[in-house]
Design a protein around this ligand. Sequence first.
Ligand code: SF4
Length: 213
Amino acid sequence: MTDMERAQSAVKILKEQYPNASCSLIYNTPLEFLISIRLSAQCTDARVNSVTPSLFADFKNLEEFSNAEPEKIEKYIYPCGFYKIKSCDIVNMCKIIKNRFRGKIPDNLTDLITLPGIGRKTANLFLGEIFNKPGIVVDTHFIRITKRLGFHCSKNALKIEKIMENLIPPLEMLKFCHRVIDHGRKVCTARNPKCYECCLKKICSYYIDKSKE
Ligand code: SF4
């Protein structure tokens, strides 16, 4: 089987296994989503969702966030960890969107990754969710699972993004990433992956190699 054929199989199998996979962050506007994904670094989506209702109730729009003192944001987001840097990033990000981008959140990767705290992973997730623009969201689950499946042997997120971009059809990219992340949480865990019950084992290099031992 070629990598392309295995990638097509992985897309199909995961679609059947996780038909409703989606981003679990709760938001009402693109700005709320951007702030939520900044908060989700080193934190669970559930915890982010537990703090954002009160944050978004008290800071309602770009203007209010960009005028806020970071210390005022800290008390809302404290449970998400790294609250000092995250609150500074949120305020500065909003100031830049307001001043440099005239109040509009950029709809392209090049501009998005100039915002504080926004890297390629976050930007691709944002572009996929808000603008339906295809991109690969490379997080730790994605790195681990695509490596075990045998698509690469790298730890470099950009390299992995480029490899997988060539294997996954654009329209499937975002959902595929959500499904891989779900699979990483439930089955292909970092320690002791549950290969015996895994829907991908027939196309997984890690499993096939282990079976030969
Ligand atoms: S077979 Fe095992 S290593 Fe391969 S994807 Fe499934 S759980 Fe992960």
